[in-house]
Design a protein around this ligand. Structure first.
Ligand SMILES: [Zn+2]
Length: 255
């Protein structure tokens, strides 16, 4: 089982979270940075744990930060993926002006394209704005993480070869639109994720979410789709390998 998007460096003890995940049957996780401080923390953790898949990038919430040091880091480190990157237009005003968000996203897509790295994408109220940008980089592949759009909104991204990350929100009985999307998606387009500690599960509030909760995401997704957890687990593992490479399922080594 693979947690395709989380933030180990935002947890009080990321190393304990790796062990707990392993004990819960989660073989590996992709841990993502979002600004310079978190990217450096992600790099330090990945050096202590060889084999830990990691993504570096500048999140749209931090789009007014300098982008050049992040681009430099991507070139030097060649991480598993570029992320967390994307667009966020929620709020008035949004966290950063759209033209600045677009410039930062495109600069990172250029590097992903050149280095042939997949991307982990954040989109909030921004799928219509995101689509034409991704279309300009047809060789780049990635995943829409913690996606909650409608199937109609998501379909053109599937046509581009993007995968969809299903988070712990699927465990909430009232997440009607997400459950509808999870049923409609082809199994070969789905990744599991916790986005720990940011996205809650039914009965588990965001600061307490850990990659070790991923089996609950798997169980809820399998139930919603009417498929066995074993089938969904092996398919999502295979999807992760296809996108992020053969080493992505671990093992994550201890220090
Ligand atoms: Zn995230």
């Amino acid at each position: 089982m693979f947690d395709s998007h989380c933030h180990l460096t935002d947890l009080p003890d990321g190393e304990a979270a790796i062990r707990q995940a392993r004990d819960a049957g989660v073989a590996s996780v992709l841990t993502c940075g979002y600004d310079m401080t978190s990217n450096n923390a992600v790099l330090a953790l990945s050096r202590r744990h060889p084999g830990l898949p990691h993504a570096l990038g500048l999140h749209p919430w931090h789009a007014t930060d300098e982008i050049e040091p992040i681009l430099f880091l991507l070139e030097r480190e060649r991480p598993t993926a570029v992320g967390e990157i994307g667009l966020d237009l929620w709020g008035d005003p949004p966290p950063a002006p759209l033209p600045r968000q677009l410039a930062v996203l495109e600069a990172q897509l250029e590097v992903a394209d050149r280095l042939q790295l997949p991307i982990s994408v954040h989109s909030r109220r921004a799928l219509p704005e995101l689509l034409p940008v991704l279309r300009r980089f047809p060789r780049v592949r990635g995943a829409l993480h913690a996606c909650s759009g409608s199937h109609e909104q998501v379909r053109p991204f599937l046509d581009l070869g993007y995968l969809v990350g299903v988070s712990g929100a699927i465990t909430r009985p009232h997440a009607v639109r997400l459950r509808r999307l999870a049923r409609a998606l082809p199994l070969d387009a789905i990744l599991l994720e916790t986005d720990a500690p940011a996205v809650g599960l039914e009965g588990i509030w965001p600061p307490h979410v850990r990659p070790a909760h991923l089996p609950q995401v798997l169980a809820a997704l399998a139930e919603v789709r009417g498929e066995s957890p074993e089938r969904v687990e092996s398919a999502t593992d295979a999807n992760a390998v296809a996108l992020y490479g053969p080493g992505v399922l671990g093992p994550i080594e201890d220090p």
